[in-house]
Each structure stands twice: as structure tokens, then as C-alpha cells.
Design a binder for this molecule. Sequence first.
Ligand SMILES: [Zn+2]
Length: 265
Amino acid sequence: MRWLALLLLAAAPPADVVEVAPGTVVRWPAAEIVECRQSSRRSAPLDGACYFPIDLLARGEIEVAIRTRSGEERRRLRVGPYPYPVQEIRGVEEKYVAPSAAELERIRLDQQRTGALWALASARRFTLPLASPLPIPLEGGRFGARRIFNGEPRSPHGGADYRARPGTPVLAPADGVVVLAEEQFFAGRAVYLDHGDGLISMSFHLSEIAVAEGQEVKRGQLIGRVGATGRVTGPHLHFGLRWRGARIDPAALLGEPAALPSAAP
Ligand SMILES: [Zn+2]
């Protein structure tokens, strides 16, 4: 359900604490916004609204604020209970469930390189909604699922898994720069794009990578092809988004905000 991932804030009275689901994006439209703030992090408005990404593993309360020409308004967001179901996955190659010491070291190095990307803060180069990462309808998803691989609980699903035949083109969701393009233990052949304003897109399990690190890409440009590399049980595209460090449901930024039922307060 695409619209569930994007929550409109304007309808809530100022005194209320607004409950939000982890992994969603809160959109707060207002006239003449000067600046947006989420906890201590400041950002610029986008298309007449402030956007506040809520991390999949966030808990507790988060203060958000909007500064307009007439002053500052604040709201408190309370992260609600974890809403995503359990997903059992069987038939995963054993090394992905019980990695050896050498594989654990490789996983650590992969995480070190990708972790360095979440703090990137280049100028925004994307518009919303993002372009689809596939030239076919997006089916599947299962963002946030608490996953059990071969009976062993593992970290929740930080992206969406879209069904596609091997070799299907994978496209850049927006203009950006290739900040990482390599084969990783879990992600397989992977492309990470920096779209500015802290938005990083990830395309995993590719059969081939069509871009190189440091390369500039345009919205809709071919960056690779769907495959089955890394921890998979079959070919699909894992597409993930981190926005200002937060793991969010890609559906929140792939849909048309104007078409959301919640957009009419
Ligand atoms: Zn996935």
C-alpha cells in the first residue's frame, strides 16, 4: 500500500503528539518555509513542504519543526509499534546464514564502506516522486519484514524486493553520483547513488553493473541489470533508500504525493 508510507502532518493540531510508523516519511506542507528541522538536523524545504524521514529502527519521540516567515512551529512525533510482518525465507545458501570468520571480516569491511555514505550531505539533485528503478510495474516489496533465514532470525528488511526477470534494466531513480559500485557479501553486485540532501539509493543483487564509481548519472539512466548475486533465493531487484541516514520504505518517495488520500486534510 503505497500511500501508507507517506504521512501528511498538516491536519494534526499543534498540541498533539502524532504517532508515526517506523520507516515512513512525514510530509509537512506550509507557506513560505524558510527551514525544516528534525531533532538537531536542519534541511531545506522541498516543493513547499518539509520532509521528515523516520528510520525503520527508530523508537521514542522525535521533535520536528518548521520555520516560516511568521515564526517556528514544532510538533512531536511518537514512533509507533513496529508494523511489519515476519517473513520466513528457506533455501538460503548456508554461508549467508552462518558466515565463516573470513566472511564475517568481509561483511565488516562492506558495512564500513557503506556506513560512511549515510553522512553524505551534497546539494539536492532529486525531485519527487522519484523515477521507478525498473521499466516494469513494481511488484513485491516486503519493506520492513522481520526476516528468518533457514529458521534463523536476522535483521529486518531495509529495502523493497521487486520481482523482475534476470537481465531487466535497473534505472537511476534520480540524477546523482555513483558513490559505490562493487560486489558485496550480502548485497551481491551493488550500486549506491548519492542524490544529494542525504538521499542514497541502493540497487542490489545485480547480474552486472553498468556504471563506475565517481560517475555522474541522470534520472532514468541504466545503472545495471537484475540478477541473483549475494544473499538471494532467486532473481529480483532489492531497492533501498536511506534519507539523512534513515532507512525508509521506497514506496514513500516513488508514489505521487498529490494522489495520496491523506493529502486532503
Ligand atoms: Zn531485499
